[in-house]
Design a protein. Structure first.
Length: 286
């Protein structure tokens, strides 16, 4: 397990004035991605993950938008974000915030629930609320995450993480994740599916509106209303998700940029950091 640090000087934090990220993949948990970070000025662009995004604020405050609602979170706050949920995040106060995150995939999370309960898990695990305050559970998560970061023994690390994830699901989870878009207008779904099938290509708004059967202005409004993101931002987010896959395979950032449809490596880096808080090089090395 290699832990990669990224540090950047800033001027907004009244103490150290630095943003820090520590990112790694833990082989004990299917190479699950983990991050401990302090963000002072960095603002996450709207994005989603193919995995769960589970974490807690240690200090400071963050303001995040999810499901069309903006909330401020501080110490004791949990993030229980389902795969595919579009969200963003910005510092909520001048000193920024510090938090810890893990990104377990659906199969791994289901396996944990099955291992602990001793029975097959029916449905898809999900969380009904994405931002909430649960002080004891947040403290337990910080302890478990710290054990991972400090490379605690296999038994200690696995026991603490398994226990806290099961507790999170027991208190705040549900057994079935309602498929996104069950009641969406078919026109907007057609546009979304077209972007998903051609996200590495150049897509014109006029052509996309024709696929949907809507005017260009109507499409933008409807897409944002149903997915909380614009068509272009959705395309960019899909490109970044694909970039993560390629970088995990060890491909160099320039090759990844071109494969994902970006004009050059600089464009990839800018959009990648806006959505992950990391540069492609740091993510690749983690």
């Amino acid at each position: 397990m290699q832990i990669v640090s990224q540090e950047q000087a800033t001027t907004a934090r009244p103490t150290s004035g630095k943003e820090r990220t520590r990112f790694w993949r833990d082989p004990r948990f299917g190479h699950m991605e983990c991050m401990a970070a302090t963000f002072v000025t960095h603002e996450f662009a709207p994005h989603a993950h193919d995995t769960f995004s589970i974490g807690a604020i240690e200090a400071g405050a963050q303001v995040a938008m999810i499901r069309g609602e903006r909330e401020s979170t501080g110490p004791g706050a949990l993030y229980l974000i389902n795969p595919g949920e579009v969200h963003d995040g910005q510092p909520g106060e001048p000193g920024g915030y510090r938090y810890r995150m893990i990104y377990p995939d659906i199969g791994f999370f289901s396996k944990i629930l099955e291992d602990v309960t001793g029975r097959a898990f029916a449905g898809t695990p999900s969380f009904g609320r994405q931002l909430l305050t649960d002080m004891p559970l947040a403290a337990a998560f910080h302890r478990a995450h710290s054990a991972l970061e400090q490379r605690a023994s296999a038994l200690e690390g696995e026991e603490s993480l398994y226990s806290v994830l099961v507790a999170m699901f027991a208190r705040h989870g549900s057994s079935i994740l309602t498929p996104a878009g069950g009641a969406e207008p078919k026109a907007v779904a057609r546009a979304r599916d077209y972007i998903a099938a051609h996200f590495t290509e150049e897509i014109g708004l006029e052509a996309l509106a024709e696929v949907a059967g809507l005017s260009r202005a109507h499409l933008i409004r409807a897409f944002r209303r149903h997915y909380y993101i614009t068509p272009h931002a959705y395309q960019t987010d899909l490109r970044i998700r694909f970039a993560r896959q390629l970088l995990r395979q060890g491909k160099p950032p320039l090759e990844v940029a071109l494969a994902c449809g970006f004009a050059d490596q600089a464009h990839l880096t800018r959009h990648f950091k806006a959505r992950t808080g990391l540069t492609p090089a740091v993510y690749r090395a983690g």
